[in-house]
Design a protein around this ligand. Structure first.
Ligand SMILES: NC(=O)c1ccc[n+]([C@@H]2O[C@H](COP(=O)([O-])OP(=O)(O)OC[C@H]3O[C@@H](n4cnc5c(N)ncnc54)[C@H](O)[C@@H]3O)[C@@H](O)[C@H]2O)c1
Ligand SMILES: O=C(O)[C@H](O)COP(=O)(O)O
Length: 649
């Protein structure tokens, strides 16, 4: 006997645009498929809260779940073992439903329309329990009488004692039995993460089994599947069903290098992208190998995205520098290929400023040699060559985001600030502008570099520049390694021209933490060496980890390029009730006219159109009504000088 009544008449045909068969039924599992979690694990967390044995019991419950899902123990065994451990009560169920309603799989949340539009053809078949499944799935449009699951048994005090033994779903191969009883007339597609879902296909009662891997990937299940569905979008795309994503994001690869913050990984995964992470940087050849099928690349300061790399990056649409500097990316080559580049221009500014201030104080007091000596047992209490920063002249080379913020904080400590920038910048507070680099170098007691990493800045500070500085100057470089000529700095330190230096960036930096740092600066006195950590604070990395994906996702989902370092900047309205055509082309005359001629020829109603160009490319976004001939897209792609074309809906 079934715990709920199967429909007595065949389900009505669903309203689908262009589905695979006349009558197709979708059989969907609940735990770890419809929701991200196993409900009995969550019930255990609730029912065992506050008990000393909680963690131990929860681990046992999870292990039993996994063994059951992988087909290692029978379903009946798995159910009864877990229920016995749970100590759950009827009163725990509302809390369970509340937790589960927040744990609906992201791709199911996104595709509610599929669930409601096809409600007559969708069945939930689960070894879970109706008591929590029905409220969750019906809220998203599934019919209550299409939910087939177990039911709990309770004692007279309301404790959960087990499950109704009459229900076929409580038994081994229960889903197979249920599908036999349902006797659906048409194609049957099963979507699930467990072995019991595959059993339906194995028994010949389904045409296809889709292993759903958005939440868990079970190798023993995946190897049996007709298809692997990393998300519901992927399943819908595969079956040409209406869906929320024009192209399933699970088929779009994101490669994140250099240990970017986990929040970034989470943001891309939440959106359904296929994310690969690597801890270190890659050299050119390694990146060429890794980038072939990548659409979104995330790097930090050590991965060079060269023209040669880009020649192998046929799918690449956008690059995110999870840092401030973009000198490691060949921006012109990206632009020519229609690849939009974004960075995080302010997220670690404060961290660099704080390190600079800290180092200035440490260096001017000679703390590093004093501390080193103390570690060797030497007590050298003296004020010689130890100074306050108050009243000292701080010279900033580069007065951008970091330079200006350092200027403000340094003034608060009583320093006199001088700056030199190639661009005419507004002086903040009492800071004084210098007319030339030479003027600044001659005036300052402490010199700190904050220029960007453009190629022209190579060896900006070399023998001549050190020669212009005061004797006994303090020197900091937290900008880019190539800005300082290292042999000249070594010479200046050895001659006592520079009596203290703080260096965070180097012309050659190790790719990973396992490589040795090689530099002529090693072992020089009163020189603080740090491994390019100016921006490496928890706060900065978390800020960058959410800021940059925000930009990349806006570009991918909406086409907006606001904040791009190489694309014409456009902040676009959200796409509603239209299809959005994104056309990137070389900036030559007449492209917009050609596009609009195509729209006119096909009588297309334009809902909105936006154009922006820079010296290299033009970017045209056109929102059009949903009904149009497929040839329109082909013709737009074929316009001369088209670099890239994308369709969003
Ligand atoms: N050490 C780290 O971990 C770390 C962290 C963040 C940023 N950075 C680096 O710090 C530097 C500054 O960052 P920002 O955010 O202030 O950049 P920014 O672009 O806001 O400012 C750079 C300024 O330097 C000026 N400039 C360029 N070349 C110059 C020159 N030759 N002489 C004088 N001025 C020149 C520019 O006009 C600009 O005003 C960048 O190189 C960035 O990559 C390092
Ligand atoms: O450009 C930057 O923001 C800094 O150089 C920091 O780079 P990182 O992310 O590689 O530490």
């Amino acid at each position: 006997m079934l715990t709920n009544t199967p429909p007595t008449t065949p389900a009505e045909p669903a309203r689908r645009s262009d589905g695979p068969a006349e009558q197709t039924y979708y059989i969907i599992d609940f735990d770890s498929t419809f929701t991200k979690v196993e409900a009995l694990d969550v019930l255990g967390e609730i029912s065992l809260a506050g008990r000393p044995e909680r963690d131990n019991v929860l681990a046992q419950i999870k292990a039993i779940t996994d063994r059951g899902m992988a087909g290692e123990i029978s379903l009946a065994q798995s159910l009864s073992m877990r229920l016995e451990l749970l100590s759950a009560h009827r009163d725990h169920l509302p809390a369970l439903v509340e937790v589960l309603s927040d744990k609906v799989s992201d791709s199911f949340q996104r595709n509610r329309a599929f669930l409601t539009e096809n409600a007559n053809n969708i069945y939930i078949v689960s070894s879970g329990f109706r008591e929590f499944i029905v409220p969750i799935v019906t809220a998203l449009g599934v019919r209550e009488d299409h939910v087939f699951a177990n039911t709990f048994t309770f004692d007279d005090k309301g404790n959960i004692t087990g499950c109704d033994p009459e229900n076929p779903l409580s038994k081994d191969r229960g889903k197979v039995q249920l599908m036999r009883d349902l006797n659906l007339d048409g194609d049957v597609y099963v979507i699930g993460d467990g072995y019991t879902d595959y059993e339906i296909r194995e028994s010949g009662l389904a045409n296809k089994f889709y292993a759903f891997t958005e939440n868990v990937m079970r190798p023993s299940v995946v190897e049996k599947a007709d298809h692997i569905a990393p998300s519901l979008d992927d399943f819908l795309f595969d079956n040409k069903l209406s869906r929320s994503q024009s192209y399933p994001k699970s088929r779009i690869k994101v490669l994140l290098l250099e240990n970017v913050h986990p929040v970034a990984v989470q943001l891309f995964e939440q959106e359904g992208f296929n994310v690969e992470i690597r801890k270190g940087a890659l050299d050119e050849d390694e990146l060429i190998e890794a980038i072939r099928d990548v659409s979104i690349l995330g790097i930090r300061s050590k991965t060079n995205v060269t023209r040669r790399v880009l020649e192998h990056a046929n799918k690449l649409m956008t690059v995110g520098a999870f840092c401030i500097g973009t000198n490691q990316i060949e921006l012109d080559a990206c632009t020519e290929r229609g690849i939009a580049v974004f960075n995080a221009p302010y997220s670690n500014t404060r961290s660099v400023v704080e390190l600079a201030i800290g180092e200035i104080i440490m260096l001017i007091r000679g703390i590093v040699p004093k501390s080193n000596a103390m570690h060797l047992g030497t007590w050298d209490k003296s004020a010689k060559n130890s100074y306050e920063v108050r009243g000292k002249k701080l010279g900033l080379v580069g007065y951008g985001n970091i330079g200006t913020q350092l200027s403000v904080v340094a003034e608060a400590l009583g320093m006199e600030v001088y700056f030199y920038d190639v661009v005419d910048k507004l002086a903040l507070g009492n800071a004084r502008k210098c007319k030339s680099l030479d003027e600044l170098l001659a005036i300052a007691d402490i010199i700190s570099l904050h220029t960007d990493g453009r190629a022209d800045n190579k060896n900006l500070i070399s023998y001549r520049e050190f020669g212009l500085m005061k004797n006994g100057v303090i020197f900091l470089n937290l900008s880019r390694g190539h800005v300082v000529d290292i042999p000249a700095l070594v010479d200046a330190v050895e001659r006592g021209k520079v009596i203290g230096a703080g260096i965070d960036v180097f012309p050659h930096e190790p790719k990973t933490n396992n490589e040795e740092f090689m530099s002529a600066l090693r072992r020089l006195p009163n020189v603080i060496l740090t491994p390019h950590i100016g921006g490496s604070t928890e706060e900065a990395q978390a800020n960058i980890g959410s800021f940059v994906p925000g930009k990349l996702l806006e570009y991918m989902n909406n086409g907006s390029t606001y904040g791009s370092v190489n694309f014409p900047e456009l902040q676009l309205p959200l796409l509603k009730g239209a299809h959005r055509l994104l056309h990137i082309h070389a900036n030559v005359p007449g492209i917009l006219a050609k596009m609009n001629t195509i729209f006119a020829n096909y009588h297309i109603n334009i809902q909105g159109q936006y154009l922006k160009t820079n010296e290299h490319i033009g970017y045209v976004i056109t929102d059009i009504s949903k009904e149009y001939a497929a040839e329109v897209v082909h013709e737009l792609r074929a316009i001369d000088n088209t670099i890239k074309f994308r369709l969003l809906y």
